[in-house]
Ligand binder design. Structure first.
Ligand SMILES: NC(=O)c1ccc[n+]([C@@H]2O[C@H](COP(=O)([O-])OP(=O)(O)OC[C@H]3O[C@@H](n4cnc5c(N)ncnc54)[C@H](OP(=O)(O)O)[C@@H]3O)[C@@H](O)[C@H]2O)c1
Length: 312
């Protein structure tokens, strides 16, 4: 009996050690040790004269465009609304004296949009690509109810969240490979890996982005390319209905400032320490508690927001 207990306790200690090695140590490096002591590891200005940011007129994309322009990098802004693009372009040229190019396309449209983008970026020395554009549900909802109410949704979300990422990588990678340097930041989501019932299609598209980024990084790291998958939790933007800021839900500027310090340090990152803490808790609890809490919470949000949607 005594022997059984000692075997059992050795197994428990073994499991804890494996958890520490596989989860806690990489987490510590990616979120505290790396950014604090070794970051920023990459000088983005040395990657090339230009950066491309998709979904660049608001939220996280605009914050990336601003942060890159502030470093002196010229930026190509890609978004839907021409007037918003022109306004952001003016804001950045006035503030940072860099060159800005704008491309107005709707990522919901077909493959022809990539010909327009290609035409506009050919010949430019692109060192950084931020695949940021993304759409989500208007409110959390059961799969069948949502696609019945919004029949275009499945096609749109796959075009915007998945096709944009793969096509943009296809456009910029050949030149990055030729010059043996470049950074691609693909904006995935916390929900790619954390339970997110009632947002199943959104989280599925973000899981695609996460996995695609990981394997792309393995394919091209020997050629000097960095591919990062960014997994933000809540950041206060239009997508999150511009809720109140708090420690766990920062502004896009605060979030991006923090996330940029992880480039070259973490291939997959929450990009912001409080978000990484939430992720660590979810991993260590096996996602069970998160599943229950998120389902309950999203049901509550669904009943609030779906009502207001009906009034529109
Ligand atoms: N906010 C969060 O809490 C959070 C958390 C995890 C992941 N993310 C991800 O972060 C990324 C940015 O989110 P955000 O919160 O910053 O969003 P946001 O504030 O809603 O901004 C979205 C940007 O994308 C553009 N856009 C939207 N649909 C487009 C389309 N069909 N074609 C071209 N441009 C389009 C918008 O341009 P217009 O102004 O013209 O519409 C805007 O510039 C997304 O991929 C999102 O999934 C966000």
């Amino acid at each position: 009996m005594a022997l059984d207990y000692s075997i059992l306790s050795s197994i428990c200690v073994g499991i804890v050690c494996v958890q520490i090695i596989h989860i806690v140590l990489p987490w510590l490096y990616a979120n505290i040790i790396g950014p604090t002591f070794f970051g920023p590891k990459i000088n983005l200005c040395q990657m090339g004269a230009w950066a491309v940011v998709t979904g660049a007129t608001d939220g996280i994309g605009k914050a990336y465009a601003k942060a890159l322009a502030k470093k002196g990098i010229n930026v190509i802004l890609i978004s839907r609304s021409l007037s918003k693009l022109e306004a952001v372009a003016k804001e950045l040229t006035d503030a940072y004296k860099v060159q800005i190019k704008i491309i107005d396309i709707d990522f919901k449209d077909g493959p022809q949009i990539y010909q327009k983008i290609e035409k506009n970026i050919t010949g430019l020395d692109i060192g950084v690509l931020v695949n940021n554009v993304g759409i989500s549900y208007l409110y959390p909802e059961f799969f069948i109810e949502y696609i019945t109410r919004y029949p275009q949704f499945l096609r749109d979300i796959i075009s915007v969240n998945i096709h944009s990422v793969t096509n943009m990588c296809g456009l910029v990678l050949p030149n990055m490979i030729a010059k043996k340097k470049g950074v691609i930041i693909n904006v995935s989501s916390f929900f790619a890996v954390i339970a997110s019932p009632l947002l199943s299609v959104y989280s599925g598209t973000k899981a695609f982005v996460d996995k695609f980024s990981e394997d792309l990084q393995t394919e091209y790291q020997s050629q000097g390319i960095i591919v990062q998958s960014l997994r933000p939790s809540f950041v206060i933007t239009n997508m999150t209905h511009n809720l109140k800021l708090n420690l766990f839900a920062p502004s896009a500027e605060v979030y991006v400032d923090s996330a940029l310090k992880t480039v070259g340090i973490a291939g997959k990152t929450n990009g912001y320490f409080p978000h990484a803490l939430l992720a660590l808790f979810a991993y260590l609890s096996g996602n069970y508690i998160t599943k229950i809490v998120h389902f309950k919470e999203f049901l509550r949000i669904k009943s609030l927001l779906s009502k207001s949607e009906k009034e529109i």
